[in-house]
Design a protein around this ligand. Structure first.
Ligand SMILES: O=C(O)[C@H]1O[C@H](OP(=O)(O)OP(=O)(O)OC[C@H]2O[C@@H](n3ccc(=O)[nH]c3=O)[C@H](O)[C@@H]2O)[C@H](O)[C@@H](O)[C@H]1O
Length: 434
C-alpha cells in the first residue's frame, strides 16, 4: 500500500516534477526553520547518494557475480548437469566424474575418453585467456557433441562447487584445472597462487565435506623435479629445488594434498605429467608455437644449456597420458571420510606419466621441419633463467606396476598427428593468429 502511495507521488513527467519542486520552495519561504532541516536533509541525502554512487561499482561487480550465479542456476541448468554426469547404464566402471579444466588440452581429451566408455562426465572450466580462448570454445563444442556439459566457472567459486556436489554425487574428481606454463610465472605470479594453490585447496575443501567423499586424481607436473641431475626422475627423488614458481605451486599442491589425505581421509592420486603434446594442444608450448612460426618463416628460439649442451624433454603424447589418467582413476580406492571426518587411512599416490625417452629440442625442430616441409630459422640461444630446466626424463615403473601404464607413441609419430590436426584446424596459416 505504502509503495502505491509513493508511486502516486512520483512525477510521471519532468513538467510535473518541476511543479512540485517549485511548490516545495514556496513552502520554505513560509517556514524559515525548515531551511535548516532542509540543509541537513540535503547533506544527509547527499551522503547517501555518494555512498550509493560509490557502491554502484561494487554492485556492478556483484551484479557480474550474480549474473554468473544466474547463468549457472535453475532447473534447466540442473537437468543438463545431471544428464552430463549420468553414468551410462551398461558401463563397466560406472563413475560419475567432475573434470575441472575440461576445456583445456588434457581435460578435453580425458573427458572424451571417460564419456566414450560410459562414465558420467561433468566439466568445469573458467575459459580464461591465458591462451586463445577460441581454442577452448572449439574443444567445448566437441565435448558438447559428445554429451559433455562444461559448466563455466572458477574452481575458487565455493558456492558453485557446493551446488555441483549438491546436484551430483560425484564418485571421482579429475582435477586438471591449473595455471600452466613455466615461463609465464614471472609475468603473472599471482595467477599461479590463485589457481594452483587457492583453487586446489577450494576443491579439496569441497571434496572433504562431500558425502560421500569422491576419490581425487589431480595434475601435478614433472617440473617438481626442478634442478635434479639424477636421471631418470623417480617418484622417490627429492623435489625441493624447483626452478619456477609454477613448479613450486605444483610441489605445494602435492604437500597440501598429503595433508588432506592425512586429516580427512581423502583418496588422492597425483600425476606428474611430462611435457604433454598432441592434437588440440596448448599454443604456449614450444612444439605448438614452433609449428606456427616455422610455417610463417619466422625465427624460433631454440634453447641450449651451458657449453652448447643439449636441452631435452621427455615429450609424452596425449593418448598415452589419457591412458595413464584412466589407469590412475580406475585404481583409486574410496576416500574414507565423510562430512569432513576421517574414518580410516586413505590412499595417497604420486606417479610419473612420461614417455621414458627424452628428445633434444633441436631434434624436435628437425622432425617439425620434415613434417611441415619448411626449413626452420633457428636462433640458438642459452637457456634463459626464467623457469626452464635443462632436461626431463621419467622413470615410469611405478605407474607401469600399478596400472600397466605403457606409452606407445614416439615423438615422430605423435608430432605427425599433431601437424595433421594443426593444418586442418588452422588451415594454411589463415587462422593461425593464436
Ligand atoms: O611437463 C611439465 O611439467 C611442464 O611441461 C611444459 O613445460 P616445458 O617442458 O618447459 O614445455 P615447453 O614450454 O613446451 O618447452 C619444451 C622445450 O622447448 C624448449 N623451448 C621452449 C621455448 C622456447 O622458446 N625455446 C625452447 O627451446 C624448452 O626449454 C623445453 O626444453 C609446460 O609448459 C608446463 O606447464 C608443464 O606441464
Amino acid at each position: 500500500m505504502k509503495s502505491t502511495y509513493l508511486d502516486d507521488n512520483i512525477p510521471s513527467t519532468p513538467g510535473k516534477f518541476k511543479m512540485e519542486k517549485s511548490n516545495y520552495y514556496h513552502r520554505l519561504r513560509w517556514h524559515p526553520h525548515l531551511a535548516k532541516v532542509t540543509f541537513w536533509s540535503v547533506v544527509f541525502f547527499g551522503l547517501i547518494f555518494v555512498f550509493l554512487f560509490n557502491s554502484s561499482t561494487i554492485s556492478t561487480d556483484l551484479s557480474h557475480k550474480s549474473l554468473k550465479i544466474k547463468s549457472w542456476g535453475g532447473p534447466g541448468w540442473e537437468k543438463r548437469v545431471k544428464s552430463s554426469a549420468k553414468i551410462r547404464s551398461e558401463t563397466e566402471t560406472g563413475y560419475s566424474v567432475l573434470v575441472t579444466g575440461a576445456a583445456g588440452f588434457i581435460g578435453s581429451h580425458v573427458s572424451t575418453a571417460l564419456k566414450r566408455r560410459g562414465d558420467g562426465v561433468l566439466g568445469l572450466d573458467n575459459f580464461n585467456d591465458y591462451y586463445d580462448p577460441t581454442l577452448k570454445r572449439a574443444r567445448q563444442v566437441l565435448l558438447e557433441k559428445r554429451g559433455i556439459f562444461i559448466v563455466e566457472g572458477d574452481i575458487n567459486d565455493t558456492v558453485l562447487l557446493n551446488k555441483l556436489f549438491e546436484v551430483v554425487h560425484f564418485t571421482h574428481v579429475m582435477h586438471l584445472a591449473a595455471q600452466a606454463g613455466v615461463r609465464y610465472a614471472m609475468q603473472n605470479p599471482k595467477s599461479y597462487i590463485h589457481s594452483n594453490i587457492a583453487g586446489f585447496v577450494n576443491v579439496l575443501e569441497i571434496c572433504k565435506n562431500a558425502n560421500p567423499q569422491p576419490a581425487i586424481v589431480w595434475a601435478s607436473s614433472s617440473s617438481v623435479y626442478g634442478l635434479n641431475t639424477k636421471v631418470p626422475f623417480s617418484e622417490k627423488d627429492r623435489t625441493d629445488q624447483p626452478a619456477s614458481l609454477y613448479a613450486a605451486t605444483k610441489k605445494a599442491g602435492e604437500e597440501i594434498a598429503h595433508t588432506y589425505n592425512h586429516i580427512y581421509g581423502l583418496s588422492l592420486t597425483g600425476l606428474r605429467f611430462f611435457t604433454v603434446y598432441g592434437p588440440w594442444g596448448r599454443p604456449d608450448k614450444a612444439y605448438f608455437f614452433f609449428t606456427k612460426d616455422i610455417l610463417k618463416r619466422k625465427p624460433i628460439p631454440v634453447f641450449e644449456s651451458g657449453n652448447h649442451g643439449t636441452v631435452a624433454r621427455d615429450f609424452t603424447y596425449i593418448d598415452d597420458i589419457v591412458k595413464g589418467c584412466l589407469g590412475a582413476l580406475d585404481t583409486t580406492e574410496k576416500s574414507t571420510g565423510s562430512g569432513g571426518k576421517k574414518k580410516g587411512d586413505a590412499q595417497f599416490r604420486i606417479f610419473n606419466l612420461g614417455n621414458t625417452s627424452p628428445v633434444p629440442v633441436s631434434d624436435l625442430v628437425s622432425i617439425l621441419e620434415k613434417l611441415l616441409k619448411v626449413k626452420a630459422k633457428r636462433r640458438v640461444m642459452k637457456l634463459p633463467r626464467n623457469g626452464d630446466v635443462p632436461f626431463t626424463h621419467a622413470n615410469i615403473s611405478l605407474a607401469q606396476r600399478e596400472f600397466g601404464y605403457k606409452p606407445t607413441t614416439d615423438l615422430q609419430t605423435g608430432l605427425k598427428k599433431f601437424v595433421r590436426w594443426y593444418e586442418k584446424y588452422y588451415g594454411s596459416g589463415k587462422k593461425s593468429d593464436h
